[in-house]
Design a protein around this ligand. Structure first.
Ligand SMILES: NC(=O)c1ccc[n+]([C@@H]2O[C@H](COP(=O)([O-])OP(=O)(O)OC[C@H]3O[C@@H](n4cnc5c(N)ncnc54)[C@H](OP(=O)(O)O)[C@@H]3O)[C@@H](O)[C@H]2O)c1
Length: 241
């Protein structure tokens, strides 16, 4: 029977590409989303992938959502923690709400989603947890103290959980995309975006499918010896040591 993969924020952008790629790799996929019903319905109609709505920044909602997914599709063997938001401001202008929202949704969700699933993965001696961080969690980015802190936190979370679960057949890895051509990046003012592309040695934005391919490999049986790793996919914009 096909393994079940759950992708948070799996109906748009990078998450949508990951959901489709995992389906093409033979997984039964559940795609979570937050509130854009129209985009989710369109995604479901186009791909045939089941969609489930809840806020990954809410622990109770995650527990209930996971229960629904497992009730409908079976135990989740692959978790892709992809959902994330930005609420940019220079620190001297950042509100507590901007800080709290990004930490809760981008970093808190790692715990809220992994915690209800980890017992089952441990019992079955198999699991794949793939977390989506960002180049800006590796290098920091002006105007993004909240986002850079959350995304750097994901890397630490990944390294710690990988050590805890290694003997149980569960791998935990983090993918750090550079600038990828999605709505999140298209929202950046054109002049700023031009400047960003000029700093990417490959000379272009990345494609969501390029992140999805990496996730599919990490989800596969072939990637059993890769755990605790930080996979940088950024066109050489930032080369982490
Ligand atoms: N785009 C880039 O260049 C880039 C670069 C580095 C890292 N990343 C990271 O990659 C991930 C995906 O980015 P993206 O650009 O593809 O984002 P996106 O196009 O804005 O899509 C975001 C997805 O996440 C969902 N989502 C947002 N908040 C959520 C919440 N609280 N609960 C559940 N789902 C939620 C959205 O659901 P709705 O449709 O309902 O809103 C949507 O499906 C993020 O973690 C982001 O930080 C992106």
């Amino acid at each position: 029977m096909a393994r079940v993969a759950l992708v948070t924020g799996g109906t748009r952008g990078i998450g949508a590409a990951i959901s489709v790629a995992l389906k093409n790799c033979g997984f039964t996929v559940a795609a979570n989303y937050a509130g854009n019903d129209e985009a989710a319905a369109k995604f479901k109609a186009e791909t045939g992938i089941a969609v489930f709505k809840w806020d990954v920044g809410n622990a109770e909602a995650c527990a209930a959502g996971i229960k629904d997914v497992e009730g409908a599709l079976g135990p989740v063997d692959v978790l892709v923690n992809n959902a994330g938001v930005t609420k940019d401001a220079m620190l001297h202008k950042m509100t507590t709400a901007q800080w709290d929202d990004v930490i809760r949704i981008d970093l808190g969700s790692m715990f809220y989603m992994s915690r209800p699933l980890i017992d089952g993965m441990r019992e079955r001696n198999f699991g794949r947890i793939i977390n989506i961080s960002s180049i800006n969690g590796q290098k920091g980015q002006m105007g993004q103290t909240n986002y850079s802190a959350a995304k750097a936190g994901i890397i630490g979370f990944t390294k710690a959980l990988a050590q805890e679960t290694a003997k149980k057949g569960i791998t935990v890895n983090v993918v750090c995309p550079g600038y990828i051509d999605t709505e999140m990046v298209q929202a950046v003012p054109p002049k700023v975006l031009e400047g960003i592309i000029a700093t990417i040695p490959v000379g272009r934005l990345g494609k969501a499918e390029e992140i999805a391919k990496m996730v599919c490999f990490l989800a596969s049986e072939d990637a059993a010896f890769i755990t605790g790793a930080t996979m940088t996919v950024n066109g050489a914009q930032y080369i982490a040591g």
